[in-house]
Design a protein around this ligand. Structure first.
Ligand code: GLA
Length: 373
């Protein structure tokens, strides 16, 4: 393992252990997590590996093979900057929650494709969280570690994300998607056997990330909170009479509400189809989710729309943007025999617009965070 060598070279000793946490794709349930809603993501084969040893002096040393020359030694966690704020934030959040966590020597290696919107940051946080949990004998439940990781990102890094990415990185299972209720944090895994149904889930990485994304994410959250307040409910999850709610709202708040409420229904419908063994029938729900994200939630972009439309033209049973939006990746549910046709159609569409070619990956539901050695 190259991370062992790197650890030895940086810190002059063997790490006490090595942990891995995956990135994710979201099958359906987009922008529902921070509305106390439902999501159905699964863990992907790529993630972040952390080799870690505890330190008695409270100091945290951080090195990443993806950030050469940017290693940091911090006594005060707030000194951490750039990439190191994610792992330092996890140490901070654990201590904040009252856990006795000392220092650590941390070496990071990751293979989540950058900018693909596959949650490399959640993978980094969760890898460090499970490592420190083991090393300091905390024995926290996985969902608690996910909450710690989310708190690190919200309060230390400053990104107001929901719980989805960290939860699935901590709780994912091979061959299964994670059906998570973001209010109760109760979850179940659901079999997602694509190959047995002659299907593949293709990731189309647009390679673009539109700058305004971060501010827009916070703005969408705010729209949703404002709408819930106007409707007198704790969260948009609680809207049961959609038509009645829409009649009381206008503009952005109305559109955001329409998306969140219908998206929660789509998650439930999709879970129902998977339980019935009807994975071939989920395409229409993926398409509907995309249209809603494009037109009502307004988080898509031309590159994502083009990928989705071309994939469907090429024979995908359904396709949608996945993750926060404004770039990153789309997913397409593709019959095995249509794989080449779908790729060709997407490549052609990008070429026709003069855009750089997107890249393709296959998403296979993979295990969640675990100790490797
Ligand atoms: C990002 C956030 C998640 C979630 C998605 C949208 O990935 O990190 O918490 O809100 O966007 O579904």
């Amino acid at each position: 393992m190259r991370i062992l060598e790197a650890f030895r070279a940086a810190y002059g000793d063997e790490p006490t252990g090595v942990w891995h946490a995956p990135g994710r794709v979201n099958l359906i349930g987009e922008h529902t997590d921070y509305n106390d809603g439902l999501v159905l993501p699964f863990a992907v084969p790529w993630g972040v590996t952390a080799a870690v040893s505890p330190r008695a002096d409270g100091v945290v040393r951080l090195t990443s093979l993806q950030a050469p020359g940017k290693e940091q030694t911090v006594e005060d966690l707030d000194q951490a900057h750039g990439w190191a704020r994610y792992p330092a934030g996890v140490v901070w959040a654990l201590r904040e929650a009252g856990h006795r966590v000392g220092g650590a020597d941390i070496m990071i290696d990751g293979d989540v494709p950058q900018g693909a919107g596959l949650s490399s940051s959640a993978a980094l946080e969760v890898a460090v969280a499970v490592a420190l949990d083991d090393l300091y004998g905390l024995a926290l439940p996985r969902i608690e570690l996910a909450k710690i990781a989310q708190r690190a990102e919200n309060a230390f890094v400053g990104m107001p994300c929901g719980i989805m990415d960290q939860a699935v990185s901590a709780l994912g299972e091979e061959g299964r998607a994670l059906f998570l209720d973001c209010r109760t944090l109760g979850s179940r895994t659901v079999p997602l056997d694509l190959a047995a149904n002659g299907l593949r889930l293709l990731i189309v990485n647009t390679g673009v990330y539109h700058e305004l994304a971060d501010g827009q994410y916070a703005k969408r959250r705010q729209d949703c909170e404002n709408a819930a307040k106007r409707l007198g409910v704790p969260a948009l999850r609680d809207v049961t009479d959609l038509a009645g709610a829409l009649a009381r709202l206008s503009g952005d708040e109305r559109r955001r509400t329409q998306h969140v409420v219908t998206e929660n229904h789509r998650v439930e419908a999709l879970v129902g189809l998977l339980r019935a063994g009807a994975v071939r029938e989920i395409g229409a729900l993926l398409n509907a989710s995309h249209l809603s994200l494009r037109d009502q939630f307004e988080v898509s972009c031309p590159e994502l729309d083009t990928a989705v439309e071309a994939a469907v033209r090429g024979g995908a049973r359904g396709a949608r943007m996945t993750g926060g939006g404004f770039g990153g990746s789309a997913i397409a549910l593709v019959p095995e025999e249509r794989q080449a046709a779908v790729r060709d159609e997407v490549l052609r569409a990008y070429q026709a617009r003069g855009w750089a070619a997107p890249t393709f990956l296959e998403a296979v539901p993979s295990p969640g965070a675990r100790r490797l050695r």
